[in-house]
Design a protein around this ligand. Sequence first.
Ligand code: SAH
Length: 258
Amino acid sequence: MSADSTFPAAPPRIRVVLVGTQHPGNIGSTARAMKTMGLSRLALVAPERYPHPDAEALAAGADDVLAAAAMHGDLATAIADCQLVYGCTARSRRIALDEYTPRIAATRLLAASREGGEVALVFGRERTGLTNEELQLCHAAVHIPANPEYSSLNLAQAVQVLAYELRMAMLEDAAADVVEGHREPPASHAQLESFFSQLAETLDAIDFHKGRTPDAAMHKLRRIFLRAALDEREVRILRGVLADAQRMARLAADRGKA
Ligand code: SAH
C-alpha cells in the first residue's frame, strides 16, 4: 500500500501566517514549502515588500498558493477566527507559554483541525522574529530544537520543517484510519491454544522431531507466534496450512502401508 493511496483527499484546514516578512523571496519559498507538503492556506500580515517578482520566482510552481494568499494588517485579524494558534520562535522568550517540538505541535494542530477547528501556525520576521505581544496571542510556542549556538533557521526553511511534520502526522492519521477500518479482532487465547495443539500434532505427523523431545521446539515456536500478535484471520490461514500438511502426511503414511 503506498502512502498516497491512504492520503485524505481534502487538505486540512491549517493556515500558515507570515508576520512582517522582510524578504519577498521568503514568501515565495514558503508557498513552495507548503505546496510540497499539501498545504495551501497562506496568510500574510503586513509584508514589507509584496507583491514582488522575487516572491513569484521562488514560488516556482506554487504560484497558486501565492495568488490565494490572504492579506491582513495585523496578526490579531489574521487569526481572529482560529481556535488554535501556535507561534514559531527561534529562541525562548520570557513570557510564560507552553513550548512544543514541531512533532508534538503538528499532532495537536491536526487533531484540532480534524475536530472542525480553524488552526494556525505563525512565523515571525527574519531579523527580529515575533514580538512578545504577538506571541501572547498564541496558545503555545513551537521551537525547532536546532543547534543552541545557532538556532535561527531561514524563515521558509522553518516553515518547511513544520509543514513536513504536519504531513507526517496527516499520513499517520490516514494510515490509522485505513487499518482501523479493516481491523480483524486479535486471536483469543483459546484460538491460539487450538492452533498450538494442531501445530504439535502436525509436527509429529511429519516427523519433525526425529527422536528429540518435542517440548523445546514447541516452546520456541510458541514464542515466535505469540510475538506475532496474530489476528483471527491469520490464525485461520495458518490452520489451513497445517490441515493440508496433516492431509499430505496421512496420504504418505497410507501409501507406505500399501
Ligand atoms: N532573529 C530572529 C529569528 C527569526 S527567523 C529571532 O531571534 O527570533 C524567522 C522566523 O522563522 C522566526 O520568527 C520563527 O517563526 C521561524 N524560526 C526560525 N528558526 C526557528 C526555530 N529554531 N524554531 C522555530 N521557529 C523558527
